[in-house]
Design a protein around this ligand. Structure first.
Ligand SMILES: Nc1ncnc2c1ncn2[C@@H]1O[C@H](COP(=O)(O)OP(=O)(O)O)[C@@H](O)[C@H]1O
Ligand SMILES: [Mg+2]
Length: 236
């Protein structure tokens, strides 16, 4: 198969069963191209987080293939997993910042683990903090930042290695509506600058307003995949 034909991300007949015999994903076929912005929606327990965790190989499929950049991530050697993770930035609902490090140092940490040279760290950390609108908060610790600011730090950390893919699992789940829009505008900007974005969310208003591709899940299946979609056809 030619490289371009595969898409940036492709799931082929993917199933995921957990050891407790819960089947979290059933027969998932999904292709995501470079530059896409995809919302993954569906009720709690639908399988959204499981799907996202397979992409950055936090977990592996029970059956089927998960291809990222044309590579089956389940077949990666352990030594190659850090390389995959550098091409995928991950953003969580609860930010997952290190509480004893400043905003600057939280972002720097993502570069330190890749053994980036000090001079690169000095250059890139302030640049991404500026990009997310936190230039003046670099020295603040997470507990001194609002939820929206903490999420911006987390986004800075996710993008500092220059990933081509950003996955976000309910990134606005802990934020009020105004703050959520600030985060969505930032994600939109990153998408316009070339990042492919996959975001699991319950934020109906945001999904309906942004008119991006919507992949709707229920009981582990994709029940709808719609360009310029809306949050729900299935309910209401
Ligand atoms: N680590 C796990 N071990 C066992 N079952 C899990 C685990 N994670 C999720 N599940 C189950 O898998 C199903 C899908 O969960 P999840 O992917 O978290 O859905 P969503 O993010 O859409 O709420 C649920 O039934 C959930 O209870
Ligand atoms: Mg979830």
């Amino acid at each position: 198969m030619q490289k371009g034909l595969r898409g940036l991300i492709q799931l082929v007949e993917v199933w995921k069963a957990y050891p407790n015999e819960v089947i979290a994903l059933r027969e998932i076929n999904l292709k995501i191209d470079r530059g896409d912005f995809v919302f993954v929606v569906g009720p709690s327990g639908a399988g959204k987080s499981t799907l996202i965790r397979l992409l950055y190989r936090e977990d592996v499929a029970t059956r089927g293939q998960v291809l990222v950049h044309g590579k089956n991530v389940a077949r990666l050697r352990h030594s190659s997993i850090p390389l995959l993770r550098r091409t995928i930035g991950v953003i969580f609902q609860d930010f997952k910042l290190l509480p004893d490090r400043s905003a600057h140092d939280n972002v720097a940490f993502a570069l330190e683990v890749t053994e980036a040279p000090r001079r690169e760290i000095k250059r890139r950390v302030p640049a991404v903090l500026e990009l997310v609108g936190l230039k003046d908060r670099a020295r603040a610790f997470p507990h001194e930042l609002s939820g929206g600011e903490q999420q911006r730090v987390a986004i800075a950390r996710a993008i500092v290695n220059g990933p081509s893919i950003l996955v976000a699992d309910e990134p606005t789940g802990n934020l009020d509506p105004d703050t959520s829009w600030g985060i969505m505008n930032l994600l939109q900007t990153l998408n316009r600058n070339g990042a492919t974005i996959i975001m699991a969310t319950h934020a109906k208003t945001i999904v309906n307003a942004m008119k991006k591709r919507v992949v709707a899940m229920d009981h582990g299946r994709i029940i709808r995949d719609q360009a310029q979609g809306v949050y729900a056809h299935e309910v209401n």
